[in-house]
Design a protein around this ligand. Structure first.
Ligand SMILES: NC(=O)c1ccc[n+]([C@@H]2O[C@H](COP(=O)([O-])OP(=O)(O)OC[C@H]3O[C@@H](n4cnc5c(N)ncnc54)[C@H](OP(=O)(O)O)[C@@H]3O)[C@@H](O)[C@H]2O)c1
Length: 288
């Protein structure tokens, strides 16, 4: 397999490159190799590297900045995905496109399956959904992978940090830590996503898949679990979303059910706290 990873120096891309190195010829591309918004650049990248599989992790996903610059958000998240889909279709390559739990509005209050109708609330989410539609409409051989609340050993480039980095920084700065109890998600490690994608490639999966850790928690529970696992003496203070009026509308519930993975009998992803425990006990915490 000649596997081209777009965004290979990012939070998820780094782990994907590591995971697939064992059995594929990995072509790790960063923004410096080319901007996917430019179709000619994408053509040249395919011509030069001749991938038969492409994983697209690239995104403009700083949610407030997407509101300020909706044109760039659409360019990267929708047209970038379209350019990869057009070129993958023309060359017969398979396109694996990473998307988000934010395509939902959170009103359902039970885990969303792949059959649930999206209703994105903000610019970021709308442009990511447009990216999904371009990929599924253009590229016959595709997988769309919706992930949620991701963390890994590489910092999220687009946001500057992930939630674990932020919590540890507050602790190191000796600041009080208050976190919301009324926003529910599934924290998901990039290692778990990479392991799961490896299995999905082996099974030649096609179409839309939810790929998150099992279970769900509030951001407050997530924060407390981080400190408990590390045995740091921190009692995270509970807060409500209303205490931090958000500048941008976000879903307050974005738990995904890996229904299609389960139906296919290939859901190997860990429960969120097990994955978090593994991550924090096998990673150099000072580097986070
Ligand atoms: N972080 C989360 O909690 C979360 C939740 C749900 C879904 N997701 C999705 O998961 C995916 C991966 O997220 P991540 O946290 O790994 O992101 P990340 O760390 O910000 O990495 C994204 C990578 O894409 C590159 N990139 C951005 N725009 C590009 C462009 N126009 N052309 C080529 N490369 C470009 C970035 O390079 P530069 O930085 O150099 O531009 C970076 O290497 C994204 O699709 C995101 O929407 C993330």
């Amino acid at each position: 397999m000649r596997l081209m990873i777009v965004g290979a120096d990012g939070q998820l891309g780094t782990d994907l490159a590591e995971q697939f190195q064992k059995k594929s010829h990995v072509i790790p591309l960063t923004f410096l190799d080319g901007d996917i918004v430019n179709l000619d650049v994408v053509h040249s990248l395919f011509q030069e590297h001749r991938p038969n599989v492409v994983i697209n992790t690239a995104a403009f996903h700083h949610v407030p900045k997407c509101e300020e610059d909706p044109v760039r958000a659409f360019e990267v998240n929708a047209l970038g995905a379209r350019n990869l889909a057009l070129t993958a279709q023309a060359t017969g390559a398979k396109l694996v496109h990473i998307s988000t739990d934010y395509v939902f509005d959170g009103k359902k209050q039970t885990a969303y399956t792949e059959k649930d109708l999206p209703h994105p609330l903000n610019v970021y989410a709308n442009t990511k959904l447009a990216g999904e539609y371009f990929v599924s409409a253009i590229c016959d051989r595709h997988i769309i992978v919706r992930v949620s609340g991701i963390y890994g050993k590489t910092r999220c480039i687009g946001k500057g940090s992930n939630f674990i980095n932020t919590m540890l920084q507050l602790y190191r700065d000796g600041k009080p830590i208050r976190v919301v109890t009324d926003e529910i998600l599934t924290p998901t490690s990039t290692t778990e996503i990479s392991r799961q994608l490896n299995v999905m490639m082996d099974h030649d999966c096609q179409g839309l898949f939810h790929v998150t850790c099992e279970g769900a928690c509030s951001w407050h529970e997530f924060a407390q679990a981080i400190f408990d696992i590390l045995k740091y003496p921190v009692k995270v203070q509970p807060a409500k979303v209303a205490d931090f009026p958000p500048a941008v509308k976000r879903p307050h519930y974005s738990v995904l059910e890996n229904s299609r993975l389960k139906a296919a009998g290939i859901n190997i992803i860990a429960e969120w706290k097990t994955a978090l425990n593994h991550f924090l006990t096998t990673t150099e915490v000072d580097s986070l």
